[in-house]
Design a protein around this ligand. Structure first.
Ligand code: 1PW
Length: 213
């Protein structure tokens, strides 16, 4: 079966990509990480047009990192750790805002995806552990409030809140997320996301990079 491609969202492929992104030596492999994000993009697209802004923003961040990987310094963009080391030693991280002619750094771009991953982790965790009558739109909003809203402008927060209003019902969401899988696939995914998140967080924190502009 083709990876990427046209097929529908598949939570097992999401879980596999993120767990494959973790090397035995504790590195985060960017290729697999971005593959996980592309699978996530299919999920966002399945949530409907109300999630268009969120999908486009996600796609744009994936694209920036992909261009770094395909660029002249592509070899340095194999793992999160090697990207961080390279951008640090070349003065490319952008601890202050970078000049406009320079593409956004890999570090500041990945930081956006990294924070968003926490949103997903919290949301899936709530979904996988909540009582049957819990409302997904509320869980999604609550996870967003904790994980991502603190980093967003007022305007973005309003736009994201509108998307939640159009969130599919719990039943429909289960159809999209779980499909043929056992519900346990949700919590297995939460666990993989958590491992990847924690390692990235350690790397960023060790270099004082948790607040890049
Ligand atoms: C239902 C669970 C969803 C998990 C996937 C989350 C994808 C998150 C994308 C949020 C996008 C909101 C609109 C854009 C916000 C940007 O300003 C913001 N980007 C992100 C990814 O947070 C910050 O990027 P910037 O403006 O500093 O380049």
């Amino acid at each position: 079966a083709a990876q990427g491609g046209r097929e529908e969202f598949d939570i097992r492929q999401l879980q596999r990509a993120f767990s494959a992104s973790l090397s035995p030596r504790g590195e985060i492999l960017l290729r697999e990480y971005l593959q996980g994000w592309r699978q996530l993009l299919k999920f966002l697209e399945a949530l409907g047009t109300a999630f268009g802004l969120i999908s486009r923003e996600t796609e744009s961040k994936i694209g920036i990192l992909q261009r770094h990987q395909e660029g002249p310094h592509g070899l340095h963009y194999r793992t999160v750790q090697s990207m961080v080391a390279f951008e640090l030693s070349s003065g490319l991280v952008g601890f202050q805002s970078l000049p406009a002619h320079q593409p956004p750094s890999g570090c500041r771009t990945l930081l956006r995806l990294h924070r968003a991953l926490k949103w997903l982790e919290l949301f899936l965790h709530k979904l996988g552990t909540s009582p049957k009558d819990g409302k997904p739109s509320r869980m999604c909003a609550e996870a967003y409030r904790v994980a991502l809203a603190p980093y967003h402008s007022w305007w973005v927060k309003q736009a994201v809140a509108l998307a939640f209003l159009a969130m599919p019902s719990r039943q429909e969401l289960y159809r999209i997320i779980v499909r043929g899988e056992k519900p346990a696939a949700v919590l297995a995914t939460v666990e993989s996301l958590g491992r990847v998140y924690n390692i990235t967080q350690e790397v960023y924190s060790a270099h004082g990079m948790l607040e890049l502009p």
